[in-house]
Design a protein around this ligand. Structure first.
Ligand code: SAM
Ligand code: DTB
Ligand code: SF4
Length: 340
């Protein structure tokens, strides 16, 4: 351990996370999640400073490259065909490669360093559409951006082809605890999610995996999801923490909104148990006061989705986001200043 790291640990007391652990128990994580808010945030800030001295926030832009008509029944998701007659979401074909690359270029112009492409697929199927996605990935990489895709389940050969195309990261969220998953999705299993993540890892692509709070899960479920993620070795390089966007027409439309404090708690706990990962303050920012978002950035979030749309729902204004980052005393991560 360097002297500097040792000093930082001493300054922050014994609660720092001196090294990454992969043996967390659910109870340990739950205790952290439920600890007094000041203590929790202090501890997360200490860990954050210890591992991310640079104080930067990554801007990741999102684009839905294939929208709607997904055969899966994820109860939070506006893109599921099961709820289409109630959400009114129109099905769209896969976007053209040029259209996607124009959007990536605009995101880069606006300051993003990562470009994430989402398809409402249950799973990847090889063929013309997958080949077009491979072209999108290499085109985005050629622009000097990190490329992430989220395409549902995949097998090893498909993961290897994405790696070959230069993919930086694959997003596949666990979304909640193993115990609660069946309440939210019945058309695929938690095991399926883990298997896809293993293929991504074996292909040498970085893993982006996190979840959603506010779906009716307990605090123990939140801790249990973090346990599964934190006990992966290595940890997912990026961990999106979404709060439910309760889209009218989905079965979860009537859920109580997530209290701002719960988001701060979830971000802080994620930072403590996965000290090195990029923790992304993800969906749900439209409903979060700016002060809460700043509290999340200070408690360990170091990435946001940037751009006025997520996949199908709105996201905050970019000018306001840049002002918020400045107000938090942080700066935007620049293209060639990667420190992952
Ligand atoms: N079909 C792929 C899959 O399920 O992995 C990729 C697309 S899916 C829309 C990606 C993620 O978006 C989900 O795992 C979930 O975490 C998030 N998401 C979808 N709808 C959401 C909502 N209403 N609120 C918050 N997060 C949501
Ligand atoms: C993630 O964890 N959140 C993003 C991204 N990964 C793909 C998606 C959020 C979607 C929110 C609902 C929508 O806009 O459709
Ligand atoms: Fe939505 Fe993905 Fe579930 Fe399809 S698999 S319903 S796109 S979350």
């Amino acid at each position: 351990m360097s002297n500097m790291t040792q000093n930082t640990i001493e300054q922050n007391g014994c609660e720092a996370t001196p090294q990454e652990r992969h043996d967390w128990s659910v109870d340990e994580i739950l205790t952290i999640l439920k600890s007094p808010l000041d203590e929790l945030v202090d501890r997360a800030q200490g860990v954050h400073r210890q591992w991310h001295e640079e104080g930067t926030v990554q801007l990741a832009s999102l684009l839905s490259i294939k929208t709607g008509a997904c055969p899966e029944d994820c109860k939070y998701c506006p893109q599921s065909a099961h709820y289409a007659k109630d959400t009114g979401l129109e099905k769209e074909a896969l976007l053209e490669v040029d259209t996607v690359l124009a959007s990536a270029s605009a995101a880069k112009e606006a300051g993003a360093t990562r470009f994430c492409m989402g398809a409402a697929w249950r799973e990847v199927r090889e063929g013309d559409e997958f080949n077009q996605v491979l072209e999108m990935v290499s085109g985005v990489r050629d622009m000097g951006l990190e490329a992430c895709v989220t395409l549902g389940m995949l097998n090893q050969s498909q993961a290897d082809q994405l790696a070959e195309a230069g993919l930086t990261a694959y997003n596949h969220n666990l979304d909640t605890s193993p115990e609660f998953y069946g309440e939210i999705v019945s058309t695929h299993s938690y095991r399926d999610r883990i298997d896809t993540i293993s293929c991504v890892r074996k292909a040498g692509i970085t893993v982006c995996s996190g979840g959603i709070i506010g779906m009716g899960e307990s605090e123990r479920d939140r801790a249990a999801m973090l346990q599964v993620l934190a006990n992966m070795d290595p940890h997912p390089e990026s961990v999106p923490v979404n709060s439910l966007v309760p889209v009218p027409g989905t079965p979860l439309e009537g859920r109580d909104p997530v209290e701002p404090e719960e988001m701060v708690r979830m971000i802080a706990t994620t930072r403590i148990v996965m000290p090195k990962s990029r923790v992304r303050l993800s969906a749900g920012r439209e409903a979060l006061p700016k002060e809460t978002q700043i509290a999340c950035l200070k408690a360990g979030a170091n990435s946001i989705f940037y751009g006025e749309k997520l996949l199908t729902t709105p996201n905050p204004d970019t000018v306001q986001d840049l002002a918020m980052i400045r107000e938090a005393g942080l700066r935007v991560l620049e293209a060639d200043a990667k420190e992952e």
